[in-house]
Design a protein around this ligand. Structure first.
Ligand code: S3P
Length: 176
């Protein structure tokens, strides 16, 4: 039973720029699990995300996210960073939630804007707009209630390693 618990996946959700991949890599090191990123898997299978959005449309991208969720739900011992909207689909959330524990990284909208500007916008087709900030805020507030339904980890003003340590501690048997 204990081994079984230990091999369960850890799944990270949260808005674009909330730090899922950065925190996920560090967390995987701490937990001795393999790190995977759903956007990277889709890119390996189907090509660059902006290109998928442009040539096949967002619906095709969301179908690829479902396919990846089905595949990853069958695996264990992973830390999975998910694309920002993947777990807002109920079926995907059920699939990945059945394979492990889900944490949502949260940050105030101003910090999200700052981080995304630092990362660069080019990989995020949903924010490809004349008024990037307005577009981002609209999506952020549209999704806020959905993200709030997951177990929250506050990232505001905190270093990725500190956030990863908090998640590791939340996973300790006494904190379950
Ligand atoms: C999206 C987030 C992106 C990527 C795609 C769509 C979203 O992932 O999956 O551009 O709808 O929130 P990140 O959250 O890793 O940026």
């Amino acid at each position: 039973m204990r081994n079984n618990q230990q091999s369960r996946n850890v799944v990270l959700t949260g808005f674009m720029g909330s730090g899922k991949s950065t925190v996920g890599v560090i967390l995987a090191g701490k937990l001795v699990k393999e790190f995977v990123d759903t956007d990277t898997i889709i890119e390996q299978m189907y090509g660059a995300i902006p290109e998928i959005f442009k040539s096949e449309g967002e619906d095709a991208f969301r179908r690829y996210e479902r396919e990846v969720s089905e595949q990853l739900a069958l695996k264990e011992n992973l830390v999975i960073a998910t694309g920002g909207k993947l777990l807002l689909d109920q079926t995907n959330a059920e699939l990945l939630g059945s394979s492990g524990r889900i944490f949502c990284l949260s940050a105030p909208v101003d910090q999200i804007i700052e981080r995304i500007l630092k990362d660069g916008l080019s990989e995020r087709p949903l924010l490809d707009s004349e008024d990037f900030e307005e577009q981002l805020k609209e999506i952020y507030y549209q999704r806020a209630a959905s993200y709030a339904s997951f177990e929250q980890v506050d990232t505001a003003g905190r270093a990725p390693s500190e956030i990863a340590s908090e998640i590791r501690d939340l996973l300790l048997p006494e904190n379950k």
